[in-house]
Design a protein around this ligand. Structure first.
Ligand code: HEC
Length: 153
């Protein structure tokens, strides 16, 4: 009797482990789950390796570097003005938090699968944003480029 319940119990415990995001996700683990099982932190800042942070004053040289990476790895799908394969990026830095933008770039598959905002965009654009295998430093540079663009509008 007891023995037949054990595998079930193990399954239930496993599911607890996978339900509320991975330990390295943004947000403290004891924060209460909200929409779609995500924490407030994850809802605002996305799911991935980057936690909420203050990007500080604009760094022009970093933004230039970001522009280069963007042209290489993002411009096939995104434009600063107008929708393309993916959404417009010109004002994204005014609409999403710095960590959200970086997590979307570094961890798009999980974002599309679990985050309500990314799901919405996917439903609208019908193409999954691919993982471009860019480093955190490159993602940070792209964010700076987006911030400069958004500030100029
Ligand atoms: C193959 C096309 C494609 C490429 C390449 C691509 N994206 Fe995307 N991106 C999309 C699509 C489509 C979406 C909308 C969500 C979805 O459908 O997955 C998106 C969503 C985003 C979002 C979230 C927008 C929002 O409103 O929340 C950001 C930020 C973003 N992309 C940045 C980038 C950056 C930076 C790069 C380059 C490193 C990049 N993307 C490369 C197609 C692409």
């Amino acid at each position: 009797m007891n023995r037949s319940i054990l595998p079930l119990l193990a399954l239930v415990l496993l599911c607890f482990g996978c339900g509320s995001g991975t330990p390295e996700s943004a947000g403290s683990t004891d924060a209460p789950a909200t929409t779609a099982g995500l924490t407030e932190e994850q809802l605002e800042h996305g799911i991935g390796p980057i936690e909420a942070f203050d990007p500080g004053p604009l760094d022009d040289a970093l933004a230039d570097k970001g522009l280069e990476v963007f042209n290489l790895k993002c411009s096939a799908c995104h434009k600063m003005e107008g929708r393309y394969v993916g959404p417009e990026m010109g004002t994204i830095a005014n609409e999403r938090s710095p960590a959200y933008i970086m997590n979307m770039v570094l961890n798009p598959a999980e974002m599309i699968e679990k985050h309500p905002e990314a799901k919405k965009k996917f439903a609208e654009f019908m193409t999954p944003m691919p993982n471009q295998n860019i480093s955190e430093d490159e993602a940070r540079a792209i964010l700076e480029y987006f911030r400069r663009e958004a500030a100029s509008r």
